[in-house]
Design a protein around this ligand. Structure first.
Ligand SMILES: *[C@@H]1O[C@H](CO)[C@@H](O)[C@H](O)[C@H]1NC(C)=O
Ligand SMILES: *[C@@H]1O[C@H](CO)[C@@H](O)[C@H](O)[C@H]1NC(C)=O
Ligand SMILES: *[C@@H]1O[C@H](CO)[C@@H](O)[C@H](O)[C@H]1NC(C)=O
Ligand SMILES: *[C@@H]1O[C@H](CO)[C@@H](O)[C@H](O)[C@H]1NC(C)=O
Ligand SMILES: *[C@@H]1O[C@H](CO)[C@@H](O)[C@H](O)[C@H]1NC(C)=O
Ligand SMILES: *[C@@H]1O[C@H](CO)[C@@H](O)[C@H](O)[C@H]1NC(C)=O
Length: 903
C-alpha cells in the first residue's frame, strides 16, 4: 500500500508542479518579455524632432528583412518592472548558495526547478556569472579589414535629415551613448562605420561619408551621456569612426552548368518521433552509394533507433550516432549533439564536400542530381540563412542577451548578460550546409574565438540558430558565407507562434507548419530558385503533398507502387523501453483483442492472446482509417501472429434544435491536441485516467452572432458535473478548443460533454476514459485500482450554471451511478477486464483480422481456416501494416547508377 501511495502521490505532485510551473512561467513571460530598446526608443520622438518617418531609408533593410525566414519570433509582451527583488527561499534548498543571488529571473528559476541538483546547477552558474568572470568580455575577430582600423576617428560631418550619412542603423541611447558604445553596436551588426550625433544618437552605415560633408570639429560639440570627456556630435553633426570591419557581402552561388558532378555529401539526419516509414522514404530519395548518412536519433526514441540500426548493417555508408542526446526545443544540448556528430563524422574519415543537416520532417524538392550539380559548382562555400533584420532587434527577440541553463530537460532563463565586444553577432535559420574545412575548424575548437563562443552558446537558447553564423562571420571563413540555407520553410506564424514550448523553455518560440496539399504552389514556385529542401512534412498530417513532391522531382514509377496512398505510423512496440506511458494503450489494445476474440468465437474460432507486438495508426489518402494491433496468439491452440483492424465509433450527437441553422459543425473530445496543425494527435481517442482530454468544436457560419453565450458541461461517469465552460458566439466559424480544468486521475467510464444554449441542448458527445489494467507496465493491484479508479471528484469546482434540460441525471439516478462507480473501483483481474471490455465494445468497431505467414511455401491464395472463419494473409490485406509499402523501401541497389531501385 505504501508504495502505491508513493507512486500515486508522485503523480499528484508532478501534476501540481506542472500547474505551478506553468503559472510561474506565464507570469514571468508576461512581466519581462523582450523589451526592445530600439523599438521603444524609435517610438519616442527624439528631441530635435526626428520622427520615425524621417528616418527615410534607414529602416529599409529591416522592412525587406521582415519577410525573411527567421526561425524564431517571440511575440512581444508588456514590459513592466516590479522593483521589489524577491528573496531566495533558502529553506527550500538542501545546500548553501555560494553567493547572494541578485537576479529575479534566477530566483524564479531556482524555485521552479524540481530537483536539488538542478537548483544547485543554476545557483552555481548564476554566482559565477555574477562574479563577472564567466563570459568573455571581448573576443577576437579574425575577419577584420586590411584598410580600416577599429575606433579610428574620421572627423566631424554634417548630416542631413533627408539623406542620412550612415543609414543602416539608428538608435537613441539617452544615458549610455558614447563612441565606444556605438562602435560596439556597429561591430555587432557588422557595419564598417559608426557615428554619434546629438549626444544620444548612434548610427551605423556601410558607406564612408563623402569628404564634402566634413566640417570643423568645433561643430561636434555635445558631450556624450555615457562618457562626458568625449564628444558625441551635435545638431545634425556627427563624429564618424571606423569599426575595423569591411562591408559584408555574402557570396552568391553559381547556377551550375557543370558537366562533371563530383561532390560527396554527408546527410546529417537528426531524428525524433516514430515516423519510421517517412524516414525511410527520405533516405531513399537521397540515397546513392557515394554519399553518406550520419543519423542521430533522440535518446528517448528507442523505437526509431532500433529500427534504423538495421540500415547500418545493410549499408556501409550509413552510420548511427552511438552517443545520443535527449534534445529539447531550443535547448543547449542541441548544439552539443550537432558538434559531437560532426566530430564523429570527421573521425570516421569519410571523404566529403558538404554536410547537410536534415530532420524527419524535411524532404527534397529538387532531384538529388540537381543538388549535386549545384554543390559541385560551389564547393568551399558555407550555406546558412541570416535573420536579415536589424541585429539589436534580433538579439532581443532571440534572447541572445540572456543566460539560459539547461537541466531537467528545461531551459531556465536566469538573467541578462552582455555579449562580448569585438565580434559580429549573426543568426537565423538552423538549417545549414557546411564545408569540411569549416567543420574541421569548428570541432577542433582551440582558438580564442571558438573557446569563447562555446562558453556563450552553452548557455544560449536556440544555439544552433546563431552559433554557426557567428563563427562564420568572425573567422577566416567569413568570405565563404552564402545567405541561403537551401530550404524553404512553411511559416504560418498565426498558427505556429502560440508559445507552445513554455513547458520546456522560459521563452516563446515559433514552429513552421506542415505542408499540405493546398500548399502545393508554394513548393512549385521554388522551381527556379536555389532551394533544394522544404519543411515541414508529416505524412500523418498530409502524405499526398509528399507523393506530389516526389513526382515533381522526377520519380516516375509511382503507378508501380502498391499502397501508395496508405500510411502507417507506429504507436506501440513491445520492445519499447518506456513502459509507463503505454499503460492505457496496452490496456486498450488487449481489450480490443478480447472483443475480437468474442466475435470469432461465435464462428468456432478460439483465440487466446499471448502478447501485443505492435500498434499502428492506419491512414489512407490522408483519411484516418483506424488503428491496427499486431499480436501473438493461440489460434485454436496453434501459435500464430494476427493483426486486427478497428476504429472508434462516432459519438457525436448533433442535437440541433433550430431547424434553419445548424449551429455546430464539429464537436469532439480526444487528447494531444496540436494547436499548430489544428488537429488531434490521438486519432484513436485512446484515453486513460491520466490523459488530458480536450474538446474541439467548430460553429457553423450560419449562426446568429447576437444571441447569448453557450455553456459547456463536463459530466463524469457518476453523473456529476466536473467542469463548466463558457463559449462565446463571436468565435463562430472558428475552430476552437477547451481544456477542462479537471484533476487527474479522471474517473473511468463514459463521460459526456454537452453544449447548451440556455437550457437547450445544441450538441452532446461522449468519450471514454478506459480504466487501467496496467500501471507502470504491470497489472494493477487492488490498492492501485482503488486509488486510480476513484477519480478526483473531491476536487471538482463548485460552479453555478443554468441547468439544461435532460442532461444531468436526477438525484436518484446519481445515487445509483455513484454506487456503481464506487463498486467499480474494487474491480480487479477478470472482473476488471470485463468492465473494460464492456466499455470498449460501446466505443470501438472491429473491422477485420488477418494472419501472418512466415512459411515461404505458402501460396498467395492460401487462407487459414479457423472454425468457420477464414483468415486472409496480412500481406494480402491492404490495410495491414504487414502489406507491402514500397515507398518506404530502401530498395535494391542498381549497380550502374549506385541508386536504389524502388520496387
Ligand atoms: C556547486 O558548487 C559547489 C561548491 O563549489 C560544489 O560543491 C557543487 O558540487 C556544485 N554543484 C553543481 C551541481 O554544480
Ligand atoms: C539540424 O536539424 C535539427 C532538426 O532535426 C535542428 O533542430 C538543428 O538545430 C539543425 N541545425 C543544425 C545547425 O544542424
Ligand atoms: C457572454 O460572455 C461574455 C464574457 O463572459 C460577457 O461579457 C457577455 O456579456 C456575454 N453575452 C451574453 C449575451 O450573455
Ligand atoms: C469566418 O467567417 C467569415 C465570414 O463568413 C470569413 O470571412 C472568415 O474567413 C471565416 N474564418 C474562418 C477561420 O473560417
Ligand atoms: C455550491 O455553491 C452553492 C452556492 O454558490 C452552495 O449553495 C452549495 O452549498 C455549494 N455546494 C458545495 C458542495 O459546496
Ligand atoms: C518448402 O518446401 C520445400 C519442398 O517442398 C521443403 O524442402 C522446405 O523445407 C519447405 N520450406 C519450409 C520453410 O517449410
Amino acid at each position: 500500500m505504501a508504495s502505491v501511495r508513493r507512486i500515486f502521490y508522485k503523480y499528484a505532485k508532478c501534476l501540481a508542479l506542472i500547474v505551478i510551473c506553468t503559472f510561474f512561467a506565464q507570469i514571468i513571460i508576461s512581466i519581462s518579455f523582450f523589451p526592445s530598446i530600439h523599438d521603444n526608443l524609435l517610438k519616442r520622438n527624439s528631441y530635435n524632432s526626428k520622427s520615425k518617418s524621417d528616418m527615410g531609408d534607414m529602416s529599409a533593410r529591416k522592412i525587406i528583412a521582415g519577410v525573411g525566414d527567421d526561425e524564431d519570433y517571440p511575440p512581444k509582451g508588456s514590459h513592466q518592472h516590479n522593483k521589489v527583488v524577491p528573496q531566495l527561499r533558502l529553506e527550500e534548498l538542501d545546500f548553501t548558495p555560494t553567493c547572494d543571488i541578485k537576479s529575479r529571473e534566477a530566483i524564479s528559476a531556482i524555485h521552479r526547478a524540481k530537483s536539488q541538483l538542478c537548483k544547485q546547477q543554476i545557483v552555481n552558474k548564476t554566482c559565477l556569472i555574477q562574479n563577472g568572470n564567466f563570459y568573455p568580455k571581448h573576443l577576437p575577430n579574425y575577419c577584420v579589414s586590411k584598410n580600416l582600423a577599429y575606433g579610428r576617428h574620421l572627423g566631424c560631418y554634417l548630416d542631413e535629415k533627408k539623406l542620412r550619412l550612415l543609414s543602416s542603423y539608428y538608435g537613441n541611447y539617452a544615458n549610455i551613448n558614447s563612441p565606444t558604445f556605438c562602435l560596439d553596436i556597429c561591430v555587432q551588426a557588422g557595419f564598417p562605420y559608426a557615428g554619434v550625433q546629438y549626444s544620444s544618437e548612434c548610427f551605423c552605415g556601410e558607406q564612408k561619408p563623402p569628404a564634402s560633408a566634413e566640417t570643423s570639429d568645433g561643430l561636434c560639440d555635445m558631450n556624450c551621456p555615457g562618457d562626458p570627456s568625449q564628444k558625441c556630435g551635435g545638431y545634425f553633426t556627427m563624429n564618424v569612426y571606423e569599426t575595423g570591419l569591411d562591408k559584408f557581402v555574402p557570396q552568391v552561388p553559381q547556377n551550375s552548368n557543370i558537366k562533371e558532378v563530383s561532390v560527396k555529401i554527408v546527410f546529417l539526419l537528426t531524428l525524433n518521433g516514430r515516423a519510421l516509414r517517412q524516414v525511410h522514404r527520405l533516405i531513399n530519395s537521397l540515397y546513392r552509394t557515394n554519399h553518406y548518412f550520419y543519423i542521430h536519433v533522440d535518446q528517448r526514441q528507442d523505437y526509431l533507433h532500433r529500427k534504423l540500426s538495421k540500415l547500418e548493417k545493410r549499408f556501409t555508408n550509413v552510420r548511427l550516432a552511438t552517443k545520443r542526446y535527449s534534445t529539447i526545443w531550443g535547448g543547449a544540448s542541441l548544439l552539443k549533439m550537432l558538434l559531437d556528430s560532426m566530430k564523429d563524422i570527421i573521425r570516421l574519415g569519410w571523404k566529403w564536400d558538404y554536410v547537410i543537416n536534415l530532420s524527419e520532417s524535411d524532404f527534397p524538392i529538387k532531384s538529388l542530381e540537381e543538388l549535386e550539380k549545384f554543390l559541385s559548382a560551389n564547393k568551399g562555400f558555407n550555406f546558412v540563412k541570416s535573420h536579415g533584420r536589424e541585429v539589436q532587434r534580433f538579439i532581443k527577440k532571440q534572447g541572445l542577451d540572456k543566460t539560459f541553463i539547461e537541466c531537467e530537460t528545461h531551459m531556465w532563463r536566469v538573467g541578462e548578460r552582455k555579449l562580448p565586444q569585438g565580434i559580429v553577432i549573426d543568426g537565423g535559420s538552423d538549417w545549414i550546409a557546411l564545408s569540411p574545412d569549416f567543420v574541421s575548424y569548428i570541432v577542433a575548437n582551440h582558438d580564442e574565438l571558438l573557446v569563447g563562443l562555446n562558453v556563450i552558446f552553452k548557455h544560449t537558447l536556440l544555439p544552433a540558430e546563431s552559433f554557426f553564423h557567428t563563427v562564420l562571420r568572425n573567422s577566416r571563413f567569413c568570405n565563404t558565407y552564402v545567405d541561403n540555407n537551401l530550404h524553404v520553410t512553411n511559416w504560418k506564424r498565426k498558427l505556429g507562434c502560440k508559445c507552445q514550448y513554455k513547458h520546456v523553455v522560459d521563452w516563446c518560440g515559433c514552429s513552421p507548419n506542415d505542408f499540405r496539399t493546398e500548399d502545393w504552389l508554394r513548393i512549385q514556385n521554388t522551381q527556379n530558385r536555389q532551394l533544394f529542401f522544404a519543411r515541414k512534412f508529416e505524412p500523418i498530417i498530409n502524405q499526398e503533398i509528399i507523393t506530389r513532391v516526389e513526382q515533381f522531382i522526377g520519380f516516375t514509377d509511382h503507378n508501380l507502387i502498391s499502397n501508395l496512398d496508405a500510411y502507417w505510423q507506429n504507436l506501440y512496440d513491445v520492445q519499447d523501453l518506456t513502459a509507463s506511458t503505454d499503460d492505457s494503450l496496452l490496456t486498450h489494445a488487449e481489450s480490443i483483442i478480447r472483443h475480437n476474440a468474442k466475435i470469432l468465437a461465435e464462428e468456432g474460432c478460439k483465440i487466446q492472446l499471448q502478447e501485443v507486438i505492435e500498434m499502428n495508426v492506419y491512414k489512407y489518402a490522408d483519411v484516418y482509417k483506424g488503428n491496427l494491433i499486431l499480436y501473438k496468439a493461440l489460434v485454436n491452440n496453434q501459435e500464430a501472429i494476427l493483426e486486427t483492424w478497428y476504429k472508434p465509433k462516432q459519438h457525436l450527437d448533433l442535437n440541433v434544435k433550430n431547424q434553419d441553422t445548424e449551429y455546430i459543425k464539429f464537436f469532439k473530445v480526444s487528447s494531444d491536441y496540436d494547436q499548430k496543425e489544428m488537429t488531434f494527435r490521438n486519432l484513436g481517442n485512446i484515453l486513460g485516467p491520466f490523459s488530458e482530454p480536450v474538446l474541439l468544436y467548430q460553429f457553423s457560419p450560419h449562426i446568429d452572432k447576437n444571441v447569448g453565450n453557450f455553456t459547456v458541461l463536463w459530466l463524469d461517469p457518476a453523473g456529476v458535473v466536473a467542469d463548466v465552460n463558457m463559449v462565446h458566439r463571436d468565435e463562430n466559424n472558428l475552430t476552437n478548443f477547451i481544456k477542462p480544468n479537471i484533476k487527474q486521475p479522471l474517473l473511468p467510464g463514459v463521460w459526456k460533454v454537452g453544449l447548451f444554449d440556455q437550457t437547450n441542448t445544441v450538441a452532446v458527445t461522449e468519450f471514454l476514459i478506459t480504466p487501467l489494467e496496467y500501471f507502470s507496465g504491470k497489472e494493477v493491484t487492488q490498492q492501485e485500482a482503488i486509488l486510480i479508479h476513484s477519480g478526483s471528484q473531491n476536487s471538482y469546482k463548485n460552479i453555478s450554471f443554468v441547468k439544461p434540460i435532460n442532461f444531468i441525471p436526477i438525484h436518484a439516478n446519481r445515487l445509483l451511478l455513484a454506487e456503481i462507480s464506487n463498486a467499480n473501483t474494487k474491480r480487479i483481474n477478470s472482473d476488471l477486464m470485463e468492465w473494460i471490455d464492456s466499455l470498449s465494445i460501446e466505443f470501438y468497431n472491429v473491422l477485420g483480422s488477418c494472419i501472418l505467414f512466415n512459411d515461404d511455401n505458402v501460396t498467395q491464395t492460401d487462407r487459414v481456416m479457423c472454425g468457420k472463419y477464414k483468415f486472409q494473409q496480412c500481406i494480402l490485406s491492404v490495410w495491414s501494416s504487414q502489406s507491402p509499402d514500397p515507398k518506404g523501401f530502401i530498395g535494391k541497389l542498381d549497380k550502374k547508377t549506385g541508386r536504389l531501385n524502388r520496387v
